[in-house]
Design a binder for this molecule. Structure first.
Ligand SMILES: *Cc1c(COP(=O)(O)O)cnc(C)c1O
Length: 404
């Protein structure tokens, strides 16, 4: 088995999810993927010592550089995204950090969304400038503002769609074209909410896709991981620089769990979407609910873009209520019987969490009044983020009815 198998299988998505990256083990004829925990590998002949020597070597040497169970997951992810290669990391944030710091350096400029996943928002706002990377925060739903933000030093445009937690979308194809035409080398898309079942950013001219595997792809809330998918030459370079030097590699055990989760991703996404539609329509009609943001509903402000760009509307939504959020959240903690009041998302189990704009303001957007105003335009004083699981939606509706 080669370390970085190619991603293009030509199978349908359901078949790719089950079989890509996996094969019968030649030694034991085991049908399921082996969990290989070994850190080191005994080569059949003398090889080099550094990671550089290992590039081009088809076997494994040391598991920070490459490891068989992780490589199986990487091949499956590349196939699911229609990319040439993938590289896994210990978490979604480790993947984001590796990609940005593996591609950018002092004096380079990065454009990120004005409201995106809080961990990456804080990384780009607080940490990167200390290393000389300049960052601009732009409303990605306004291409003219993206165009105006591009400078000669702009090396990367970072997109997230749908965004966590606002559910704001951006047009990947239009923004990738705009960025490339103006000389921006890299367009990266955090596609954690969409998954490859909904959107394939590489086919829309993005250069990299980033996932928190902790969410839908792992899907069961028991393993943290992250991945970057892209062209083989770029992924090999990132492997050499980011995994080998930064060291945030995925554990083989987590890779094995995530492989198992990824096999059912297509059918889980269908179940998530079906249940989410039912729950979203219930919430939209409920007198205690003032607003629902779900890309599948015509009421979503970017529903037309969602229909164009998403083949599955996923299980993520936010809603706002007439009662103050913190008060209802306290009720949820005490009285919900099925849905867990907890962070994270994309698990088979439904999760809900109150995300108050004041909290976001305190941690993330306090420096920029425009950013905060735009966040508030979308999210008001705050939103309940609901990750609809694969339980029967009627039971979820009964659970929500109890507290609303
Ligand atoms: C959770 C999440 C991340 C970070 O992933 P971790 O696995 O928690 O490090 C990045 N982007 C989005 C959109 C997320 O939801």
């Amino acid at each position: 088995m080669s370390r970085k198998a190619s991603g293009n299988s030509g199978w349908h998505t359901e078949t790719t999810a089950v079989h890509a990256g996996e094969s019968v083990d030649p030694a034991t004829r085991a049908s399921s993927p082996n969990l290989v925990m070994s850190v080191t590998f005994a080569p059949e002949a003398v090889t080099g010592f550094s990671a550089r020597d290992e590039q081009g070597y088809e076997g494994f040497i040391y598991s920070r550089v490459g490891s068989p169970t992780v490589a199986q997951l990487e091949a499956k992810l590349a196939a699911l995204e229609g990319g040439e290669a993938a590289l896994c990391f210990a978490s979604g944030v480790a993947a984001a950090h590796a990609l940005i710091c593996g591609r950018l350096g002092r004096g380079d400029h990065l454009i990120v969304p004005d409201a995106n996943y809080v961990g990456i928002a804080e990384l780009t706002r607080d940490t990167l400038p200390r290393f000389g990377i300049e960052v601009s925060f732009v409303d990605m739903s306004r291409p003219e503002e993206v165009a105006a933000a591009i400078r000669p030093a702009t090396r990367m445009l970072w997109l997230e769609t749908p965004a966590n937690p606002t559910m704001k979308l951006c047009d990947i194809a239009a923004l990738a074209q705009l960025a490339h035409e103006r000389g921006v080398r890299d367009v990266a898309v955090d596609s954690t909410y969409a998954t490859p079942i909904a959107t394939r950013p590489l086919q829309l001219a993005a250069d990299f896709v980033v996932h928190s595997l902790t969410k839908y792809i792992g899907g069961h809330g028991d393993a943290m991981g992250g991945a970057v998918i892209g062209r083989k030459a770029d992924i090999d370079a990132l492997n050499l620089e980011a995994t080998v030097h930064f060291g945030g590699v995925l554990s083989p055990f987590n890779a094995w769990l995530i492989l198992r989760g990824a096999a059912t991703l297509p059918i889980r996404m269908r179940a998530h979407e079906e249940a989410a539609f039912k729950v979203a329509r219930f919430l939209e009609e409920h007198p205690a609910v003032s607003r629902v943001f779900y890309p599948g509903l015509p009421s979503h402000p970017q529903h037309a873009l969602a229909r164009r760009q998403m083949r599955n509307f996923s299980g993520m939504m936010t809603f706002q209520t007439r009662r103050p959020g913190p008060e209802l959240a306290a009720d949820m903690v005490r009285r919900l019987e099925i849905i867990h009041y907890a962070v994270s998302l994309g698990h088979h189990r439904s999760l809900v969490y109150w995300i108050g704009t004041d909290d976001i303001q305190a941690s993330t957007y306090r420096h920029d009044a425009t950013q905060l105003r735009r966040y508030r335009d979308y999210a008001g004083d705050g939103v309940f983020r609901l990750s609809v699981g694969i339980e029967n939606p009627d039971d979820l509706i009964a659970d929500l009815s109890r507290v609303l």
